[in-house]
Design a protein around this ligand. Structure first.
Ligand code: PAF
Length: 281
């Protein structure tokens, strides 16, 4: 596995592969890898000749400096996992490589998708995500790029970014990987105490219970149901609960219940903010 720390070397390797006609799959990450990330790499390996994974903790997508400070970094462990799974190249640039002019953020026209849910609660977050993903797409120019459905809104926004920037990359959304107890895998889970990790599994239980009620309930009553259930767990503090169209993320009315619907939640478990979602139909 090649470990590449600067842009020139990355471009040289990619140039060689592309001159041989090899297809490249790309998995962008911020490191602290878990089985969810590895499932993206595995899917990329099965669908491309070569796979590039980037590890870069992108400062411009953090809206809370403490969150950035606490973000887990474990590059050595990440490299071991990536090698084991069969990744071909890891791109681990420095901040200066990615932001040579300082932490400048580009604002893309992503149809106001960034004002909803995560965007409304973490203002500027998606500008940071789109800025870095756009830079990485320009460097790697993959055939396919892989994103987890846990960050569902991010996936929809990246599809829009791909369209408006005409990257012409096939954006592949991959299923959420869960712990045995149902907790969605996330790099932030390591920040939970063992007890919080158990309690956090309640989020998915509530999502599943809500899905079962979907055919026979109004959307308003479902939202209320989720909020009430989550608020009943004393360790939880609910950031938001939304039911939206699963392609456009716009809010749905009861008349549109045959449209694809997704329930998205953000919940603080102690001081750790977790997100999760479930398709309702
Ligand atoms: O999903 C993530 O880990 C990040 O938002 C991404 C896509 C790597 C951009 O920094």
């Amino acid at each position: 596995m090649l470990i590449v720390k600067n842009i020139d070397t990355l471009e040289k390797c990619l140039g060689e592969w592309k001159s041989l006609g090899l297809s490249v799959g790309f998995v962008p990450t911020m490191g602290a890898l878990h089985l969810g990330h590895l499932s993206l790499i595995e899917q990329a390996i099965s669908e491309n000749d070569k796979v590039v994974c980037s590890i870069f903790v992108n400062p411009t997508q953090f809206t809370d400096p403490k969150d950035l400070e606490n973000y887990p970094i474990q590059i050595e462990e990440d490299l071991v996992l990536l090698k084991k799974v069969g990744c071909d190249l890891v791109f681990a640039p420095t901040k200066t490589d990615m932001y040579p002019q300082g932490e400048e953020v580009v604002q893309f026209n992503i149809n106001d998708l960034d004002y909803l849910m995560e965007g409304a609660h973490r203002q500027g977050h998606f500008d940071g995500v789109c800025t870095i993903v756009s830079k990485l797409f320009e460097l790697v120019r993959p055939k396919n790029a892989y994103f987890g459905q846990k960050d569902f809104q991010q996936l929809i926004i990246i599809r829009q970014l791909n369209k408006i920037q005409k990257f012409n990359i096939n954006i592949v959304g991959c299923p959420i990987i869960r712990e045995d107890n149902g907790l969605a895998m996330s790099s932030r889970n390591v920040l939970l105490s063992p007890r919080e990790r158990e309690i956090a599994a309640e989020i998915y239980r509530i999502l599943k219970e809500t899905k079962a009620k979907f055919p026979n309930s109004s959307l308003e009553s479902l939202k209320l149901f989720v909020e009430t259930k989550l608020n009943a767990v004393s360790e939880f503090s609910v950031d938001y609960v939304e039911i939206a169209h699963a392609q456009t993320l716009q809010s749905l009315s009861d008349l549109e219940k045959n449209e694809p619907a997704i329930l998205c939640v953000a919940v603080f478990v102690g001081s750790v903010r977790l997100i999760d979602n479930i398709l309702l139909n």
